[in-house]
Design a binder for this molecule. Structure first.
Ligand SMILES: Nc1ncnc2c1ncn2[C@@H]1O[C@H](COP(=O)(O)OP(=O)(O)OP(=O)(O)O)[C@@H](O)[C@H]1O
Length: 236
């Protein structure tokens, strides 16, 4: 029986940030990792994605960031078919996303300031127009005193906070974050959650993959659970 996509809120195509219909994925020569995933993330909704280690949370985020393409089913982002979009279309989809990678992917030769400024520079903004915004974001994540330092001199938690500041600085339409509080203490985890919630109140759709079930429950967000490659949970 075909499964209806889970609905997190309104499902009019104009208000959907993400739609997965029967999406499957497996790495080359490996077993299937994602099976028949049906999911709608309404524009402006907030979700946690939980599940045991190896369940496929990072893989699902890789499919959503178009680092991997679905091997079955249909993926729509911002109302457009993305699963089979040509490579030349990928920057257009990605320019609307802020991604926090599990391994941070900071540029070691750039200062903390320049790492955070990168998405704005790539979007063509001039330094004068974004400098205050970058400083404000670094202050928010507690790195206001470290803006001239390079990533190799930062602790794991500081790198994580820097990666989050970079992902959110240009107010993307969609934030995809893989374990964004995995390297920080509980108080900083709550502060970072507030940052994601503030952006969400401004209209950004947020999906956070996390082992931290306590933080997920405290957030009041819908909690999606991935297990054995299948998705359950979320708002009905
Ligand atoms: N590049 C890859 N090539 C082949 N198999 C992979 C690759 N990356 C992940 N896998 C496999 O896919 C499955 C899902 O991994 P994934 O990293 O998505 O899980 P996860 O839920 O994010 O785990 P964790 O919570 O430990 O980060 C695992 O069995 C893993 O071994």
């Amino acid at each position: 029986m075909p499964v209806q996509p889970r609905r997190a809120a309104l499902t009019d195509s104009a208000t959907e940030t993400v739609r997965l219909s029967g999406v499957g994925f497996g790495y080359a020569d490996g077993p299937g990792v994602l099976r028949d995933i049906n999911l709608i993330l309404a524009a402006g909704s907030f979700h946690f994605l939980t599940g045991p280690s190896g369940a496929g949370k990072s893989t699902l985020l890789k499919v959503l960031t178009l680092a991997e393409r679905p091997t079955a089913g249909r993926l729509t982002l911002f109302g457009e078919d993305a699963g089979e979009a040509p490579r030349s279309a990928l920057p257009r989809f990605r320019s609307r996303m802020g991604v926090v990678f599990q391994d941070f992917r900071l540029l070691d030769h750039l200062s903390a300031f320049d790492n955070v400024a990168l998405p704005l520079r790539l979007a063509g903004a001039k330094r004068d127009s974004y400098a205050d915004n970058v400083v404000e974001m670094l202050d928010w994540v507690g790195l206001g005193e470290r803006m001239d330092d390079r990533p190799p001199t930062l602790s794991g938690g500081e790198k994580q906070r820097l990666a989050i500041a970079r992902a959110v600085v240009n107010r993307p339409d969609l934030i995809l974050a893989d374990e964004p509080t995995g390297s920080v203490d509980a108080a900083m985890g709550e502060r970072l959650l507030k940052l994601f919630q503030s952006l969400n109140r401004l209209g950004t759709t947020v999906l956070i993959a996390s082992h931290d079930e306590t933080l997920a429950a405290a957030s009041g967000a819908s909690v999606l659970r991935l297990e054995g490659g299948r998705l359950s949970g979320g708002a009905a």
